[in-house]
Design a protein around this ligand. Structure first.
Ligand code: ADP
Length: 191
């Protein structure tokens, strides 16, 4: 089972990724979480990534692609994975296509969480107070939304053309959204 979860910043990808991954017994791999862990540990990757993240910009593809390549090669991802926050650019889509082709695998589905943009800003500002993420200030949130619209939203059409997109309304209670996703993925075999 190889899945992606996509959606605008604040759509609840990380929260839902955890549930989906559990349901299918696969690891949820969040590039944002990996970057934040590296920032926290002060690794060279973290130092590099922090410059971009704090400004709401994307970390360069070369850095991100290598990180994902290494992560999905780990033993726990051999039977599948759910990627949260990757791919975010067309170049990353192509890179992921290459990684999957090398191991003779393909994506089973791309879950797209849809959300209302005012609600998103409100959620992110609230998260800023709770988690204290450096990139959850109002200006940076706006920039992240702009970058998402310019760079990442167009990828949905790419995956839609491949027949992989499962759009799910991301508004409402966390549990409700989880149920909607589970229903959308009902027909996919757990292999
Ligand atoms: P959000 O919750 O806003 O979707 P994430 O936690 O997924 O944010 O990512 C936080 C930041 O990490 C991004 O704004 C970006 O700087 C960096 N990042 C995460 N994934 C990628 C990626 N695939 N390509 C480039 N940068 C990334």
């Amino acid at each position: 089972m190889r899945l992606l979860i996509m959606g605008p910043p604040g759509a609840g990808k990380g929260t839902q990724a955890t549930f989906i991954a559990e349901r299918f017994g696969i690891p949820a791999i969040s590039t944002g979480d990996i970057f934040r862990a590296n920032v926290g540990q002060g690794t060279p990757l973290g130092v590099e990534a922090k410059r971009y993240m704090d400004a709401g910009e994307y970390v360069p593809d070369s850095v991100t692609n290598n990180m994902v390549r290494n992560r999905i090669a780990e033993p726990d991802a051999a039977g599948g994975f759910l990627l949260d926050g990757y791919p975010r650019t067309l170049a990353q889509v192509e890179e992921l296509d290459g990684m999957l082709a090398e191991s003779d695998h393909k994506l089973d589905a791309v879950v797209v969480l849809t959300a209302d943009s005012d609600e998103l800003v409100a959620r992110l500002l609230q998260r800023a107070q709770i988690e204290g993420r450096a990139d959850d200030t109002e200006d940076v949130i706006r920039r992240r939304q702009e970058v998402y619209l310019a760079e990442t939203e167009p990828l949905i059409a790419v995956y839609d053309a491949r027949g992989l997109v499962r759009a799910v309304d991301g508004m409402g209670e966390v549990g409700e959204v989880t149920q909607r996703i589970a229903a959308e993925l009902d027909d996919i075999d757990e292999n």
